[in-house]
Design a protein around this ligand. Structure first.
Ligand SMILES: C[S@@+](CC[C@H](N)C(=O)[O-])C[C@H]1O[C@@H](n2cnc3c(N)ncnc32)[C@H](O)[C@@H]1O
Length: 310
């Protein structure tokens, strides 16, 4: 609403009221500052959709010559899993999860959450990890995992498996690691605080997440459900009511907010744009192409303070 002041100046009353309200609010709640870390981030504010950034490598860097992919050379993993175990998908995921993170996997102690039949446990060891602890709920998959590592001749001193619901087992055992792999797991749960808690308890420098993401500019979580029967579904020790459990699908911005609370910053995305450009288009990876799934690396940032107290 416009009016004229006694001095004859045209003023906008609505805007003036808003400004005054904003000033009063700023006075009542001064800009929050983390005690140790300076200002809190504004990650929960809207930003660009981040899930599929432009390629960061030269064209052709990711081309997999016929017969040279990870699964081409280790086809046993096609038989020991029924969860999206296709040659092209696993070959391409290997590039994003392992090859693009080789720099941090070499020499590292790794915690592989939801280790399944040990496909990424083995791939991490092959990439130079010194030791991998796999954590998996389903005993039959751990049996496959043991057989696979034996079959490929891995020294048993370089791995171990923890069987059971990770929310119970990892909280109890607290394996220490330099790198956590949390792959294909975050959409089997709604317990994000607990996942980040067990990951940060490992004192890892890096968290590598491969997960479905809600393609949104905001820090949001889509509520969904997941069955508990079958290798590629949620696993729980707790009683369930309907055969389904509550799960979620966070946006990248939501993941960044969660990680921040536990002292981790987004370090980089794996180069899915390049991987997809350099290799034949496959139906099995269309979720990555659509920006609805991503591989992200988070790095501990000491300037964010120490992880929460026990
Ligand atoms: C979709 S598969 C992912 C396998 C592998 N990490 C990958 O990315 O290819 C999900 C795995 O998580 C396991 N899982 C789901 N919820 C779990 C829980 N609460 N504790 C332990 N394992 C769980 C399932 O048994 C299954 O092996």
């Amino acid at each position: 609403m416009k009016s004229t002041s006694s001095a004859g100046r045209v003023i906008n009353k609505g805007r003036a009221r808003l400004k005054l309200r904003t000033r009063l609010r700023a006075f009542a709640h001064p800009a929050p500052a983390h005690p140790a870390n300076g200002a809190l981030p504004t990650l929960d504010a809207a930003g660009p959709v981040e899930s599929l950034p432009a390629r960061r490598t030269a064209p052709g860097s990711w081309t997999i010559a016929p017969g040279t992919g990870f699964i081409d050379q280790h086809p046993r993993f096609l038989d020991t899993s029924t969860t999206a175990a296709t040659r092209s998908r696993l070959n391409l995921r290997h590039e994003a999860i392992i090859t693009d993170n080789k720099d941090v996997l070499e020499g590292a102690r790794v915690l592989d959450i939801a280790s399944h039949d040990a496909r990424w446990t083995y791939a991490a060891l092959r990439a130079g990890a010194s030791h991998v602890t796999g954590a998996e709920g389903r005993p039959e998959l751990v049996a496959h995992a043991e057989e696979n590592l034996q079959h490929y001749g891995v020294d048993p001193d370089r791995y171990r498996f923890i069987v059971g619901d990770i929310f119970t087992t990892l909280d109890k055992e607290r394996p220490q690691a330099d790198v956590v792999l949390c792959l294909g797991f975050l959409y089997h749960t709604m317990r994000y605080d607990d996942v980040f808690h067990v990951m940060s308890q490992s004192n890892a420098e890096f968290l590598i997440l491969d997960t479905q993401v809600e393609p949104s500019r905001e820090a949001i979580l889509r509520v969904r459900t997941n069955g508990v029967v079958g290798q590629g579904s949620a696993f729980t020790d707790s009683p369930i009511h309907t055969g389904q459990v509550l799960v979620g699908r966070p946006s990248v911005r939501a993941l960044r907010t969660m990680a921040w609370v536990y002292g981790y910053r987004l370090d980089r995305f794996s180069d899915w744009s390049g991987i997809l450009e350099d290799n034949p288009p496959g139906r099995t990876v269309k979720v990555y192409r659509a920006g609805a799934r991503a591989t992200l690396r988070f790095k501990r940032d000491p300037s964010l303070g120490t992880p929460p107290e026990e």
